[in-house]
Design a protein around this ligand. Structure first.
Ligand SMILES: [Zn+2]
Length: 356
């Protein structure tokens, strides 16, 4: 066999391996991508995470990389980081599900620009119209791309009623201002989207949306992490989109919401969805049962409540309690250094209110 023949043979083996990896749920990257996409081979049960550098000048119609995590089900796997100039607001996950009656989208990514590229990604997979956009909660990394869907599709936007409080708050103004400081071009044409369907019934109540042969059951999971949080069960595949009720490979963030409700919600997940095949968190890779990310996040929150509760009862000041709180077994989990202090601060104040 000559050299060219060997090269061709190796080429076809590689091509074969690549295509089988894609069929098994591997990453799919657009042709000639503008950014640098350093992606794990799979988005399910992996410790590897993306390290993408997004090109600010990429055209709006250039699809983003995505994973097929189940039949008709796609995940956009974000970096685990604060928003910065490299990830340009893609520091969380999103997804979409294709049916014969249209597309159901879960979260919108973190800027109007990413929202437009997310739409181009959907367009690269299917011609079906986007029928629903579910915003799991109001945080920027999940909801600031929504305006692209509002302007370019007829999608019905579903969100928790608490989202209305957020879009009329000062918090949104300062958050938008902050992002404009370093990713201004990605934030151009930003506007808050008023949801069409508000979820605000009892805690853990559900509302069902049907498209084709699929059902999307949206649960009100309370205000555990934001102004209002939702979890979605995708049937019949038994996939749970849990948003930020638990994180994989990332330290949780308690800046608003409620640590008590977080624990209740995590327990509710573990108690009520024994038949779930896959959980997709708002940050980190998707997971098959057993859902250790849920129990791990819950034990972190429980530990912090106990520690801060004891500090409050012992008359230790907030500053002392926060400074001395340190979980060495969490040091290697991403964003620990950044989030743990904020979490300790937040939970100390909660315990003060609960105990006195
Ligand atoms: Zn998030």
């Amino acid at each position: 066999m000559g050299r060219t023949a060997i090269r061709t043979a190796i080429g076809s083996i590689l091509l074969y391996l690549f295509s089988t990896a894609s069929l098994a749920g591997g990453a799919r990257v657009p042709d000639k991508p503008s950014g640098e996409y350093d992606l794990p081979a799979t988005a399910i049960n992996t410790d590897a995470i993306p390290a993408m550098v997004i090109d600010a000048d990429a055209p709006d119609d250039e699809p983003l990389p995505y994973y097929r995590i189940a039949a008709d089900t796609y995940m956009l796997f974000g970096n685990i980081a604060e928003v910065d100039e490299k990830n340009r607001g893609w520091n969380g996950n999103a997804g979409f599900v294709v049916t014969e009656d249209g597309v159901f989208v879960i979260d919108s990514l973190g800027t109007p620009k990413l929202g437009r590229r997310f739409l181009a990604t959907i367009r690269s997979v299917t011609d079906q119209p986007v029928r629903y956009l579910l915003l799991t909660h109001n945080h920027p990394d999940h909801s600031y791309g929504a305006i692209a869907f509002r302007r370019n599709t007829d999608a019905t936007v579903i969100a928790h009623k608490g989202t209305l409080d957020y879009i009329h708050s000062q918090q949104i103004d300062s958050s938008v201002e902050y992002r404009r400081g370093f990713i201004e071009q990605d934030m151009q044409n930003f506007a808050a989207v008023t949801p069409d369907v508000l979820i605000d019934d009892e805690h853990f109540s559900k509302k069902c949306f049907t498209l084709g042969d699929k059902r999307f059951v949206v649960y009100n999971s309370g205000k555990h992490h934001s102004h209002g949080d939702l979890v979605m069960q995708q049937l019949p595949q038994q996939i749970l989109w849990i948003s930020d009720l638990a994180f994989n490979q990332r330290t949780t963030f308690m800046g608003d919401g409620s640590s008590r409700q977080a624990i209740e919600g995590q327990q509710w997940l573990l108690d009520n969805f024994a038949e779930a095949k896959l959980m997709v968190p708002g940050h980190g890779s998707a997971q098959r049962a057993p859902f250790t990310m849920v129990s791990k996040t819950r034990s972190y929150v429980e530990r912090l409540r106990e520690e801060m509760g004891e500090a409050v009862e012992a008359g230790i000041t907030l500053q002392q309690a926060v400074e001395s709180s340190d979980y060495p077994d969490w040091h290697d989990t991403r964003l620990y250094q950044l989030n743990h202090r904020a979490n300790a601060n937040f939970v100390y104040r909660e315990m003060e209110l609960e105990l006195f």
